[in-house]
Design a protein around this ligand. Structure first.
Ligand SMILES: *Cc1c(COP(=O)(O)O)cnc(C)c1O
Length: 355
Protein backbone atom coordinates (compact mmCIF):
# COMPACT_ATOMS: atom_id res chain seq x y z
CA UNK A 1 0.00 0.00 0.00
CA UNK A 2 1.60 3.29 -1.01
CA UNK A 3 0.51 6.91 -1.08
CA UNK A 4 -0.59 6.61 -4.69
CA UNK A 5 -3.04 3.87 -3.93
CA UNK A 6 -4.40 5.21 -0.64
CA UNK A 7 -8.02 5.71 -1.47
CA UNK A 8 -9.98 7.71 1.09
CA UNK A 9 -13.75 7.88 0.87
CA UNK A 10 -14.94 11.29 2.06
CA UNK A 11 -18.38 11.97 3.54
CA UNK A 12 -18.72 15.63 4.49
CA UNK A 13 -20.79 16.90 7.36
CA UNK A 14 -24.10 18.56 6.52
CA UNK A 15 -23.75 20.90 9.50
CA UNK A 16 -20.35 22.50 10.04
CA UNK A 17 -19.70 23.63 13.64
CA UNK A 18 -16.95 26.03 12.52
CA UNK A 19 -19.00 29.25 12.74
CA UNK A 20 -20.24 28.50 16.26
CA UNK A 21 -16.78 27.56 17.66
CA UNK A 22 -15.21 30.11 20.01
CA UNK A 23 -11.61 30.42 18.80
CA UNK A 24 -10.79 32.74 21.71
CA UNK A 25 -11.46 29.94 24.16
CA UNK A 26 -9.73 26.70 23.19
CA UNK A 27 -9.11 24.43 26.17
CA UNK A 28 -6.67 21.68 25.09
CA UNK A 29 -8.31 18.59 23.66
CA UNK A 30 -11.93 19.62 24.02
CA UNK A 31 -12.70 21.13 20.64
CA UNK A 32 -12.82 18.86 17.61
CA UNK A 33 -13.18 19.75 13.94
CA UNK A 34 -16.05 18.68 11.69
CA UNK A 35 -14.47 15.43 10.53
CA UNK A 36 -12.40 12.43 11.59
CA UNK A 37 -10.55 9.71 9.73
CA UNK A 38 -11.25 6.04 10.39
CA UNK A 39 -9.79 2.83 8.99
CA UNK A 40 -10.11 -0.86 9.84
CA UNK A 41 -7.58 -3.65 10.12
CA UNK A 42 -8.96 -7.11 9.39
CA UNK A 43 -7.83 -10.23 7.52
CA UNK A 44 -4.24 -9.04 7.86
CA UNK A 45 -4.65 -5.69 6.08
CA UNK A 46 -5.70 -2.07 6.48
CA UNK A 47 -8.89 -1.14 4.64
CA UNK A 48 -11.89 1.19 4.57
CA UNK A 49 -9.98 4.48 4.90
CA UNK A 50 -12.76 7.01 5.33
CA UNK A 51 -13.21 10.59 6.42
CA UNK A 52 -16.58 10.99 8.08
CA UNK A 53 -18.30 13.58 10.29
CA UNK A 54 -16.78 13.65 13.82
CA UNK A 55 -18.94 11.60 16.16
CA UNK A 56 -19.41 8.42 18.21
CA UNK A 57 -18.07 5.06 17.07
CA UNK A 58 -20.16 1.94 17.66
CA UNK A 59 -18.24 -0.92 19.26
CA UNK A 60 -18.65 -4.08 21.29
CA UNK A 61 -18.24 -3.65 25.07
CA UNK A 62 -15.97 -6.72 24.98
CA UNK A 63 -13.14 -5.16 22.91
CA UNK A 64 -9.74 -5.83 24.42
CA UNK A 65 -8.73 -2.15 24.21
CA UNK A 66 -11.20 -1.50 27.03
CA UNK A 67 -10.19 -4.48 29.16
CA UNK A 68 -6.47 -4.90 28.58
CA UNK A 69 -5.41 -1.57 27.15
CA UNK A 70 -4.32 -2.66 23.71
CA UNK A 71 -4.35 0.95 22.55
CA UNK A 72 -1.90 3.77 21.87
CA UNK A 73 -1.80 7.23 20.34
CA UNK A 74 0.29 9.94 18.74
CA UNK A 75 0.32 13.74 19.05
CA UNK A 76 1.24 16.05 16.18
CA UNK A 77 0.51 19.67 15.25
CA UNK A 78 -0.38 21.50 12.05
CA UNK A 79 0.23 25.24 11.65
CA UNK A 80 -1.13 28.02 9.47
CA UNK A 81 1.46 30.38 8.01
CA UNK A 82 0.76 34.06 7.41
CA UNK A 83 0.29 33.45 3.67
CA UNK A 84 -2.27 30.71 4.35
CA UNK A 85 0.09 27.79 3.79
CA UNK A 86 -0.63 24.82 6.07
CA UNK A 87 2.21 22.65 7.36
CA UNK A 88 2.45 19.64 9.63
CA UNK A 89 5.55 19.46 11.82
CA UNK A 90 7.68 16.35 11.24
CA UNK A 91 4.87 13.79 10.83
CA UNK A 92 7.37 11.28 9.40
CA UNK A 93 8.94 11.03 12.88
CA UNK A 94 5.54 10.32 14.40
CA UNK A 95 4.92 7.65 11.78
CA UNK A 96 8.06 5.82 12.88
CA UNK A 97 7.14 6.10 16.56
CA UNK A 98 3.54 5.06 15.83
CA UNK A 99 4.87 1.80 14.47
CA UNK A 100 7.25 1.31 17.42
CA UNK A 101 4.27 1.60 19.76
CA UNK A 102 2.28 -0.79 17.57
CA UNK A 103 5.02 -3.42 17.66
CA UNK A 104 5.42 -3.20 21.44
CA UNK A 105 1.69 -3.78 21.91
CA UNK A 106 1.39 -6.62 19.36
CA UNK A 107 -0.64 -4.39 17.05
CA UNK A 108 -0.34 -3.97 13.26
CA UNK A 109 1.90 -1.27 11.82
CA UNK A 110 0.78 1.21 9.17
CA UNK A 111 3.10 2.04 6.24
CA UNK A 112 4.70 5.40 7.11
CA UNK A 113 3.51 7.13 3.95
CA UNK A 114 -0.05 5.90 4.52
CA UNK A 115 0.04 7.30 8.05
CA UNK A 116 1.26 10.70 6.85
CA UNK A 117 -1.14 10.79 3.88
CA UNK A 118 -4.14 9.91 6.02
CA UNK A 119 -3.37 12.72 8.43
CA UNK A 120 -2.68 15.22 5.66
CA UNK A 121 -6.01 14.39 3.99
CA UNK A 122 -7.94 15.17 7.18
CA UNK A 123 -5.95 18.34 7.91
CA UNK A 124 -6.52 19.47 4.34
CA UNK A 125 -10.29 18.94 4.52
CA UNK A 126 -10.58 20.76 7.88
CA UNK A 127 -7.88 23.39 7.21
CA UNK A 128 -10.32 26.20 8.03
CA UNK A 129 -10.19 24.91 11.62
CA UNK A 130 -6.50 25.81 12.04
CA UNK A 131 -6.28 29.08 14.00
CA UNK A 132 -4.14 31.70 12.24
CA UNK A 133 -2.75 32.99 15.51
CA UNK A 134 0.52 33.00 17.46
CA UNK A 135 0.84 30.04 19.89
CA UNK A 136 -2.16 28.36 18.26
CA UNK A 137 -2.27 25.28 16.09
CA UNK A 138 -4.31 22.30 15.07
CA UNK A 139 -3.63 19.33 17.34
CA UNK A 140 -3.67 16.00 15.52
CA UNK A 141 -4.48 12.86 17.50
CA UNK A 142 -3.97 9.59 15.60
CA UNK A 143 -4.66 6.46 17.65
CA UNK A 144 -5.28 2.75 17.29
CA UNK A 145 -7.22 0.28 19.40
CA UNK A 146 -8.05 -3.42 19.43
CA UNK A 147 -11.60 -4.28 18.38
CA UNK A 148 -12.02 -8.07 18.71
CA UNK A 149 -15.08 -8.72 20.92
CA UNK A 150 -13.18 -11.35 22.93
CA UNK A 151 -12.20 -11.43 26.62
CA UNK A 152 -9.15 -13.66 26.19
CA UNK A 153 -5.83 -11.99 27.04
CA UNK A 154 -4.38 -12.31 23.57
CA UNK A 155 -3.65 -9.88 20.74
CA UNK A 156 -6.76 -8.88 18.82
CA UNK A 157 -7.03 -9.79 15.14
CA UNK A 158 -8.95 -6.61 14.28
CA UNK A 159 -8.17 -2.95 14.97
CA UNK A 160 -9.42 0.52 14.33
CA UNK A 161 -7.19 3.45 13.37
CA UNK A 162 -8.71 6.87 13.97
CA UNK A 163 -7.46 10.43 13.55
CA UNK A 164 -9.07 13.36 15.34
CA UNK A 165 -8.05 16.99 14.85
CA UNK A 166 -8.97 20.18 16.66
CA UNK A 167 -7.81 23.77 17.22
CA UNK A 168 -5.65 24.43 20.32
CA UNK A 169 -4.10 27.38 22.12
CA UNK A 170 -1.17 27.41 24.59
CA UNK A 171 -1.03 24.36 26.92
CA UNK A 172 0.68 25.65 30.08
CA UNK A 173 0.15 29.30 30.83
CA UNK A 174 2.87 29.82 33.44
CA UNK A 175 6.30 28.52 34.47
CA UNK A 176 5.98 25.31 36.43
CA UNK A 177 6.55 24.35 40.04
CA UNK A 178 7.70 20.76 39.74
CA UNK A 179 7.84 17.80 42.10
CA UNK A 180 10.66 15.29 41.67
CA UNK A 181 8.74 12.02 41.99
CA UNK A 182 10.62 9.47 44.06
CA UNK A 183 7.84 7.04 44.96
CA UNK A 184 5.79 6.27 41.85
CA UNK A 185 7.29 5.07 38.57
CA UNK A 186 6.31 5.91 35.01
CA UNK A 187 8.38 3.33 33.19
CA UNK A 188 10.72 0.49 34.05
CA UNK A 189 13.40 -1.19 31.95
CA UNK A 190 11.78 -3.85 29.80
CA UNK A 191 8.42 -2.07 30.08
CA UNK A 192 6.65 0.10 27.53
CA UNK A 193 7.75 3.62 28.48
CA UNK A 194 9.06 4.24 24.96
CA UNK A 195 5.61 3.54 23.50
CA UNK A 196 2.75 6.03 23.61
CA UNK A 197 0.67 3.24 25.13
CA UNK A 198 -2.66 4.29 26.68
CA UNK A 199 -1.86 2.42 29.91
CA UNK A 200 1.23 4.55 30.59
CA UNK A 201 -1.00 7.59 30.97
CA UNK A 202 -3.56 5.83 33.16
CA UNK A 203 -0.71 4.89 35.52
CA UNK A 204 0.48 8.50 35.66
CA UNK A 205 -2.83 9.94 36.82
CA UNK A 206 -2.68 9.11 40.54
CA UNK A 207 0.87 10.45 40.99
CA UNK A 208 -0.17 13.51 38.95
CA UNK A 209 -3.22 14.12 41.07
CA UNK A 210 -1.24 13.74 44.31
CA UNK A 211 1.37 16.20 43.07
CA UNK A 212 -1.41 18.67 42.17
CA UNK A 213 -2.93 18.29 45.65
CA UNK A 214 0.49 19.11 47.11
CA UNK A 215 0.56 22.33 45.10
CA UNK A 216 2.69 21.26 42.13
CA UNK A 217 1.97 21.97 38.47
CA UNK A 218 3.88 19.00 37.15
CA UNK A 219 6.18 16.15 38.17
CA UNK A 220 9.53 14.87 37.02
CA UNK A 221 9.78 11.09 36.86
CA UNK A 222 12.89 9.36 38.12
CA UNK A 223 14.24 5.90 37.25
CA UNK A 224 12.27 2.91 38.54
CA UNK A 225 15.23 1.18 40.22
CA UNK A 226 16.75 3.85 42.45
CA UNK A 227 14.64 6.98 41.94
CA UNK A 228 17.95 8.72 41.56
CA UNK A 229 18.06 9.76 37.92
CA UNK A 230 15.83 12.20 36.06
CA UNK A 231 13.78 10.66 33.26
CA UNK A 232 10.85 12.74 31.93
CA UNK A 233 8.56 15.57 32.97
CA UNK A 234 4.90 14.54 32.90
CA UNK A 235 4.20 13.70 29.26
CA UNK A 236 7.14 15.73 27.97
CA UNK A 237 10.89 15.14 27.82
CA UNK A 238 12.89 16.88 30.55
CA UNK A 239 15.79 18.96 29.23
CA UNK A 240 18.40 21.03 31.06
CA UNK A 241 21.20 23.46 30.35
CA UNK A 242 23.92 22.49 32.81
CA UNK A 243 27.33 24.14 32.69
CA UNK A 244 26.55 25.36 29.17
CA UNK A 245 25.67 21.89 27.87
CA UNK A 246 22.26 20.59 26.87
CA UNK A 247 21.62 17.53 29.04
CA UNK A 248 18.72 15.09 28.71
CA UNK A 249 18.06 11.43 29.41
CA UNK A 250 19.13 9.02 26.70
CA UNK A 251 16.20 7.79 24.55
CA UNK A 252 16.16 4.19 25.80
CA UNK A 253 13.27 1.91 26.71
CA UNK A 254 11.98 3.99 29.64
CA UNK A 255 12.02 7.25 27.68
CA UNK A 256 9.58 8.41 25.04
CA UNK A 257 11.70 9.46 22.06
CA UNK A 258 10.11 12.89 21.60
CA UNK A 259 10.01 14.73 18.29
CA UNK A 260 10.36 18.03 20.17
CA UNK A 261 13.34 16.59 22.08
CA UNK A 262 14.96 15.61 18.79
CA UNK A 263 14.23 19.08 17.37
CA UNK A 264 15.78 20.86 20.38
CA UNK A 265 18.87 18.64 20.14
CA UNK A 266 19.25 19.34 16.41
CA UNK A 267 18.98 23.12 16.91
CA UNK A 268 21.43 23.07 19.84
CA UNK A 269 23.93 21.19 17.66
CA UNK A 270 23.36 23.75 14.85
CA UNK A 271 24.34 26.44 17.34
CA UNK A 272 27.48 24.63 18.46
CA UNK A 273 26.15 23.69 21.89
CA UNK A 274 27.40 20.39 23.34
CA UNK A 275 24.62 17.84 23.81
CA UNK A 276 24.83 15.09 26.41
CA UNK A 277 22.26 12.29 26.31
CA UNK A 278 23.03 10.60 29.57
CA UNK A 279 21.99 9.77 33.11
CA UNK A 280 21.43 12.94 35.08
CA UNK A 281 21.04 12.50 38.80
CA UNK A 282 18.67 14.52 40.94
CA UNK A 283 21.68 15.34 43.16
CA UNK A 284 23.47 16.85 40.17
CA UNK A 285 20.42 18.98 39.38
CA UNK A 286 20.14 20.21 42.96
CA UNK A 287 23.87 20.99 42.98
CA UNK A 288 23.52 22.89 39.69
CA UNK A 289 20.63 24.92 41.07
CA UNK A 290 22.73 25.81 44.13
CA UNK A 291 25.92 26.78 42.31
CA UNK A 292 24.15 28.53 39.42
CA UNK A 293 25.34 26.13 36.71
CA UNK A 294 21.81 24.96 36.00
CA UNK A 295 20.77 27.87 33.79
CA UNK A 296 17.75 26.34 32.08
CA UNK A 297 15.22 23.58 32.68
CA UNK A 298 12.16 22.80 30.63
CA UNK A 299 9.77 20.17 29.39
CA UNK A 300 9.70 19.55 25.63
CA UNK A 301 6.68 18.10 23.85
CA UNK A 302 4.26 18.71 21.01
CA UNK A 303 1.34 19.64 23.27
CA UNK A 304 3.37 21.57 25.86
CA UNK A 305 5.94 22.95 23.36
CA UNK A 306 8.68 24.36 25.64
CA UNK A 307 7.43 24.46 29.23
CA UNK A 308 9.88 26.23 31.56
CA UNK A 309 10.50 24.92 35.08
CA UNK A 310 10.40 27.74 37.66
CA UNK A 311 11.38 25.59 40.64
CA UNK A 312 11.65 21.95 41.67
CA UNK A 313 11.31 20.22 45.01
CA UNK A 314 13.53 17.35 46.18
CA UNK A 315 12.79 15.74 49.55
CA UNK A 316 10.93 18.79 50.77
CA UNK A 317 13.57 21.30 49.70
CA UNK A 318 12.67 23.72 46.91
CA UNK A 319 15.23 24.88 44.37
CA UNK A 320 14.45 28.08 42.47
CA UNK A 321 15.91 28.72 39.04
CA UNK A 322 16.40 31.99 37.16
CA UNK A 323 13.41 33.92 35.83
CA UNK A 324 12.19 31.93 32.76
CA UNK A 325 11.59 35.14 30.80
CA UNK A 326 15.30 35.94 30.94
CA UNK A 327 16.62 32.49 29.96
CA UNK A 328 18.58 32.67 26.76
CA UNK A 329 18.50 29.07 25.55
CA UNK A 330 14.87 28.01 26.00
CA UNK A 331 13.58 31.34 24.70
CA UNK A 332 15.77 31.10 21.62
CA UNK A 333 14.66 27.49 21.07
CA UNK A 334 11.01 28.42 21.42
CA UNK A 335 11.32 31.35 19.01
CA UNK A 336 13.33 29.41 16.46
CA UNK A 337 10.94 26.44 16.45
CA UNK A 338 7.95 28.76 16.14
CA UNK A 339 9.54 30.66 13.26
CA UNK A 340 9.98 27.39 11.37
CA UNK A 341 6.52 26.03 12.22
CA UNK A 342 4.73 29.23 11.21
CA UNK A 343 6.81 29.61 8.05
CA UNK A 344 8.66 32.77 9.13
CA UNK A 345 12.09 31.17 9.47
CA UNK A 346 14.09 29.07 7.07
CA UNK A 347 13.25 25.37 7.39
CA UNK A 348 16.83 24.18 6.88
CA UNK A 349 16.15 20.66 8.15
CA UNK A 350 13.05 20.15 5.99
CA UNK A 351 10.79 19.66 9.01
CA UNK A 352 7.59 21.15 7.57
CA UNK A 353 5.32 18.85 5.61
CA UNK A 354 3.28 21.20 3.42
CA UNK A 355 -0.36 20.17 3.04
C1 LIG B 1 4.31 12.54 23.82
C2 LIG B 1 5.33 12.47 24.90
C3 LIG B 1 6.52 13.21 24.87
C4 LIG B 1 6.82 14.26 23.85
O1 LIG B 1 6.95 13.77 22.56
P1 LIG B 1 6.78 14.75 21.32
O2 LIG B 1 7.01 13.87 20.15
O3 LIG B 1 7.80 15.80 21.46
O4 LIG B 1 5.40 15.30 21.39
C5 LIG B 1 7.46 12.99 25.87
N1 LIG B 1 7.22 12.12 26.86
C6 LIG B 1 6.07 11.42 26.95
C7 LIG B 1 5.89 10.47 28.06
C8 LIG B 1 5.09 11.58 25.96
O5 LIG B 1 3.95 10.90 26.05
Amino acid sequence: MTTDTLDIKITKTAHSRLAETDFDNLPFGKVFSDHMLVADYADGEWKNFEIVPYGPIAMSPAISALHYGQAFFEGIKAYKHEDGTVSIFRPDKNAIRFNKSAERLCMPTIPEDVFVQSIAALVDLDREWIPAKENHAMYIRPFMFATDPYLGVTPSATYKYVVLVGPVGPYFSKPLRVKIETHYTRAAEGGMGYAKAAGNYAASMLPGRKAAEEGFDQLIWTDAKEHKYVEEMGAANAMFLLDGKLVTAEAKDTILDGVTRDTVIALAKDWGIDVEERKLSVAELAEGAKNGKLTDAFGAGTAATIAPVASFVVDGEEYFLSDPASREFSNKIFKTMDAIKYGRGEDTHGWNYIV
